[in-house]
Design a protein around this ligand. Structure first.
Ligand code: SF4
Length: 286
């Protein structure tokens, strides 16, 4: 008898609303018939989203990726990606008279407004998140100098003192790690305002991934290797079952599925639906 492997694909697949908005916006800009001279090229500082296939497609269509704002010619069209950009970089963009197209995700913008308001009220802010992530760097740039990025509970300073403290969190951070950080800060402070700024779309994917990981023998996570929300999905799933994080179907190995009866498939917020379909088809063909 031939055993048939069951494949369960999570409900939430394809781009999240913030990524969809940024990618569609850039595509519209690139297909503008005026894109004929260097001056009308579209520049982006770093990758617009953490997905190499989509970035490559946009690059082929004419998007120019730079590593430094000074590489962008003055008065050019310039994209702010969904993670947002730091205050300093936006100031430099204005100095260079760039034509700014802001695709910062509205959920990230909300954190910017919150942090600006709290800073104006004199609150030092703890930002729970990955210090190297562009979203976190942008948030930090809006907070006062005595604000801190906290990557895990071990980073919480011994002397969280003062009457005023506030906590915000990177939209795609691991909720369990956020909770541990909050508990540690609260235990060391007199008064702390806690703002849960986790993205609900990310939370939904995490919850589906957690449920799936408790039902299947193996979970495949599809998404960019640099994508924070995809890495969090891997962390959550691998706590319960075997898991592999891949960027494309080319990385799938037949031997992973040997003796496996049920497979789950989840994907990050910047993984196109098409990639999920291709991965699904390849798994089914094994
Ligand atoms: S994961 Fe959430 S916060 Fe991040 S871009 Fe998508 S919708 Fe916006």
């Amino acid at each position: 008898m031939v055993e048939i492997m069951e494949l369960i694909v999570a409900k939430s697949i394809g781009f999240c609303s913030g990524v969809k908005r940024a990618v569609q916006g850039v595509r519209q800009m690139l297909f503008c018939p005026k894109l004929s001279t260097d001056k009308e090229a579209v520049y982006c500082l770093g990758e617009i989203i953490h997905n190499p296939q989509v970035v490559e497609e946009l690059r082929e269509q004419g998007m120019i990726i730079v590593n430094d704002i000074e590489e962008v010619p003055e008065k050019s069209r310039f994209i702010i990606r969904s993670h947002g950009l730091s205050r300093e970089v936006i100031e430099m963009a204005h100095e260079r008279k760039l034509i700014i197209h802001d695709f910062t995700c509205p959920k990230v913008k909300k954190i910017h407004t919150l942090v600006k308001d709290l800073t104006a009220d004199g609150y030092p802010i703890f930002i729970a998140g990955n210090s190297k992530h562009p979203e976190v760097k942008a948030i930090k740039s809006l907070a006062s100098k005595n604000s801190k990025i906290i990557e895990d509970e071990e980073n919480v300073p011994e002397d969280v003192c003062g009457e005023k403290n506030a906590i915000v969190v990177q939209t795609t951070f691991n909720p369990d790690r956020f909770l541990s950080i909050v508990q540690r800060i609260v235990s060391r402070s007199k008064k702390t305002l806690i703002y849960n700024t986790l993205c609900e779309e990310t939370i939904k994917r995490q919850s589906e991934a957690r449920d799936l990981s408790q039902k299947v023998d193996l979970v495949i996570i599809v998404g960019g290797k640099k994508s924070s929300n995809t890495k969090t999905l891997y962390e959550i799933v691998s706590a319960h079952t075997y898991a592999f994080h891949i960027e494309s179907e080319a990385e799938l190995k037949r031997e992973w599925f040997s003796g496996v009866h049920t497979v789950g498939l989840v994907s990050g917020a910047s993984t196109p639906e098409e990639m999920v379909r291709v991965v699904t088809e390849k798994i089914r063909a094994f």
